[in-house]
Design a protein around this ligand. Sequence first.
Ligand code: T46
Length: 136
Amino acid sequence: MTAALVQYVDIPQRGDARGGLAVAELGGALPFPVRRVYWIHGTKPGVSRGFHAHRELRQLCVCVAGSVRLRLFDGRREEDALLDSSAKGLLIGPGLWREMHDFSPDCVLMVFADAEYDEADYIRDRDQFIRHVHSS
Ligand code: T46
């Protein structure tokens, strides 16, 4: 059977009568130690982002406000993931081309990464990415 490209994780909700509280912790929603956190917000209407893959990086994406659609491509198959709840995370491992589309105006996409920023880890050309996955 072919493994799904889209891997969701449940983000435990610990809210109470006062309001919401969601937790991403090592061994729970987070399968790796986090070395960097960034968030994408204020994306202009009609703008798509991403269009790259990573050689090694693992990430957990959580849409903490609004919604966004991620398209994943492994060099053969494409799958879409809709992130529209802070109770749902998306794990993206290495070797996956990712594109982000349909950002809602209020979207805040928080990303937990297992390594510091390194431009050398990016493959930003789709044809190069396809050659990379088919040669590995
Ligand atoms: C990813 C998707 C989901 C930094 O200097 N440090 C950082 O930690 C990051 C993430 C980016 N940057 C710089 C690199 C570029 O000059 O910020 C600029 C915008 O980055 P980029 O065009 O790669 O952003 P996105 O939204 O296309 O992609 C980002 C992440 O870069 C990427 O790892 O998987 O979000």
